[in-house]
Ligand binder design. Structure first.
Ligand SMILES: [Zn+2]
Length: 392
């Protein structure tokens, strides 16, 4: 993948925080690295004699983040928090807030403790398509190990405190100088360095390695296919009934979307899960699938009853989200994303477009295998995600 760093641009960014802004924006410019609020970055610096972690604030996108988008948190407090046995994510967020030296700044990323634990100045985290594509396969654990022999590799755990704790436990007495980065299975990748350009270069190089591997071993051939007609209006009307509000539809009939929607055994192929866990908030785990000849009303009814079954199997005391689908895969027609406005529909379409490429490529590596239903549920009903949604 392309390295976007230029001397010309970089010379305008001098302080630690300015440099942090620049390479964060660069990461954000590549949508094969992060999409819509995904990923996070940080820099460790000294402010008024105190060690401070400046970490991406929630609500900011890497592509457009500015200096005020970073939350300044006392580093020693974060490192103390990592030593705690248990901590709810809600309490973690409030303790992080207390440790901020500027109360006007946004809430720090939920990965702030993890950033603090990595003993390098600049830390970059993305959900790079190529890396998660390889990780999300039945052979993922073996393939990632072979591709990244000098990386710390962490099996999937829930983001937030549990993940920070896992890294804390796994790196006691660890020789960080030999570590080229971290791969979080089914989630993403971290690179880091004392220098902002080096940390960014390491990200681009590591992801390029995965891209080259996929190019060689998993490239997909897209044929031109016949596109069937479809009653989008009826679909919209029926989904609106279940959502309880008017929808914007984003229809995607690109060659690859049509290819994806024209596979045999469609339902099984397109309900294999997420590219990276946080996508569940936008897309839900599964799309509505309409195979040839299926009635729209009936398919929606089945979708909703499946969703309720999933909720009932894993719920503790959560309240069920609206069970209607957030997008549909329609056989021989393409994809349709449902948003409460155009922007939301197009965000869902972006996420699904990246996911489908991964699913198609993964098939050439064995089969796609993302996080389990249980893990999906924990993410979808994570208290912090619930709070985020409410704010929006
Ligand atoms: Zn992440």
């Amino acid at each position: 993948m392309k390295n976007l760093w230029t001397q010309e641009e970089a010379k305008n960014y001098k302080s630690d925080l300015e440099q942090r802004v620049y390479t964060s924006n660069l990461l954000g410019r590549s949508d094969e690295l992060v999409l819509h609020g995904g990923g996070n970055t940080s820099v460790k610096t000294v402010i008024k004699g105190e060690d401070i972690l400046l970490v991406k604030g929630s609500g900011w996108d890497l592509v457009s983040i500015k200096e005020e988008g970073f939350a300044p948190v006392k580093l020693d407090v974060l490192l103390e928090m990592a030593k705690m046995e248990t901590l709810s994510d809600k309490d973690m967020v409030s303790q992080q807030k207390v440790a901020m030296i500027n109360k006007e700044a946004p809430n720090p990323s939920v990965e702030a403790i993890l950033h603090a634990l990595i003993p390098f100045k600049f830390v970059d985290h993305t959900h790079a398509d190529a890396v998660v594509t390889i990780s999300n396969t039945t052979n993922g654990i073996k393939l990632i190990k072979e591709l990244y022999p000098n990386f710390l590799i962490i099996p999937y755990v829930m983001p937030g405190f549990i993940l920070a704790k896992q890294i804390f436990d796994d790196t006691r007495g660890y020789d960080w100088d030999k570590c080229e980065g971290i791969i979080l299975h089914n989630h993403g990748i971290f690179t880091f360095d004392e220098n902002s350009k080096e940390a960014y270069d390491k990200m681009i190089n590591a992801v390029s390695l995965a891209e080259d591997f996929l190019e060689k071993n998993a490239s997909i051939k897209i044929e031109e296919l016949k596109k069937y007609s479809f009653d989008f209006e009826l679909l919209q009307k029926e989904v609106e009934k279940e959502k309880g509000f008017e929808l914007s539809l984003h229809i995607n009939q690109s060659p690859i979307a049509l290819h994806y929607a024209s596979q045999d055994n469609l339902r099984q192929k397109v309900t294999q899960g997420l590219l990276t866990p946080e996508h569940i908030i936008r897309t839900k785990r599964n799309p509505l699938v309409l195979e040839k000849g299926e009635k729209i009303e009936e398919a929606i009814r089945n979708y909703i009853s499946e969703y309720k079954k999933y909720f009932e199997s894993y719920k503790k005391d959560e309240i069920c989200l609206n069970p209607a689908p957030n997008y549909a895969v329609i056989q021989n027609v393409g994809l349709v994303s449902f948003g409460k406005n155009e922007k939301e529909a197009s965000i869902i379409n972006d996420i699904v477009s990246h996911t489908l490429e991964a699913v198609l490529k993964a098939e050439n590596l064995g089969a796609y295998q993302a996080i389990s239903l249980q893990d999906c549920f924990e993410m979808e009903y994570w208290e912090l995600e619930q709070i985020k949604l409410k704010k929006k």
